[in-house]
Design a protein around this ligand. Structure first.
Ligand code: CA
Length: 261
């Protein structure tokens, strides 16, 4: 319910051409000055804020309140932000809430936004508040469009040159039907449904193959390669994220644009 309310707000804000507003953002940050700067600026940007000064308190507040997004500091006094993020993702109650990690450690970023921790995005300290507000809006929009995709499950999905009939398990590329195995079909739909989010090889193994990673993660690479060959001109929609996995692009490239490779 919460997400549909948020979407209505997003829709209203977009139609007015204004900055979207009124998300509830939980700030988990132990440095009081920084927490205050964040609180002030996010409220100026039209959001409602909650502040927790430890990871444990943050998780308690998530259980108590309806939160649309979490800003999570990596270095916290009780548990590391990465551990808090994992706990959020494991929760059946609030496991889907978007998380933006605040970190001073650039070398942690791959891990943070990858499967291992599961944050949606990150901002490195020191950061500009304006940039952070833009990131927050982008993550909220993405979360809202993922909800839309989930609601349309079973329907026909169109994305650039791709058309997928989920119920019939049929796929067309540029109007031509292509034959995919059941596994390739699941792989394609899973990547598309999580577009713009990096999917690690082990996450794909769990979710597409449905097995705990006994099979080597190289299996994923082999199948992605085969899938790309089969979908021809749509192959560039699936990007390789080095050292992590794959990501479906957020939007199809402009017609006539030159492929990246
Ligand atoms: Ca800190």
């Amino acid at each position: 319910m919460r997400s549909s309310i948020l979407r209505d707000r997003l829709g209203a804000a977009e139609s007015l051409g204004t900055v979207l507003s009124m998300a509830t953002i939980l700030i988990v940050e132990d440095e009081p000055d920084l927490a205050e700067v964040l609180r002030y600026n996010l409220e100026q940007a039209g959001h409602r804020t909650l502040v927790a000064s430890s990871g444990g308190r943050g998780l308690e507040m998530l259980a108590e309140e309806s939160v649309d997004l979490v800003l999570l500091d990596l270095m916290l006094p009780d548990v590391p932000g990465t551990e808090v993020c994992r706990s959020i993702r494991r929760s059946s109650q609030f496991g889907k809430v978007p998380v933006i990690m605040l970190t001073a450690r650039v070398e942690e970023i791959d891990r943070v936004v990858g499967f291992e921790v599961g944050a949606d995005d990150y901002v490195t300290k020191p950061f500009s508040v304006r940039e952070l507000v833009l990131r927050i809006d982008a993550v909220l929009r993405r979360a809202s469009s993922l909800d839309d995709d989930a609601e349309q499950e079973g329907a026909v999905i169109s994305f650039g040159e791709l058309r997928i009939d989920q119920a019939a398990h049929r796929v067309w590329v540029a109007g031509e039907e292509v034959e995919l195995s059941a596994l390739e079909f699941r792989l394609l739909v899973t990547l598309l449904q999580r577009k713009n989010r990096v999917q690690s090889r082990s996450r794909l193994l769990d979710d597409v193959w449905g097995i705990q990673a006994d099979v080597t993660t190289r299996t994923v690479d082999t199948h992605v390669k085969r899938l790309r060959e089969k979908i021809g001109v749509a192959r560039d929609y699936i990007e390789t994220v080095r050292g992590v996995g794959y990501r479906f692009v957020s939007a199809p490239p402009e017609p006539g644009s030159v492929p990246a490779d």
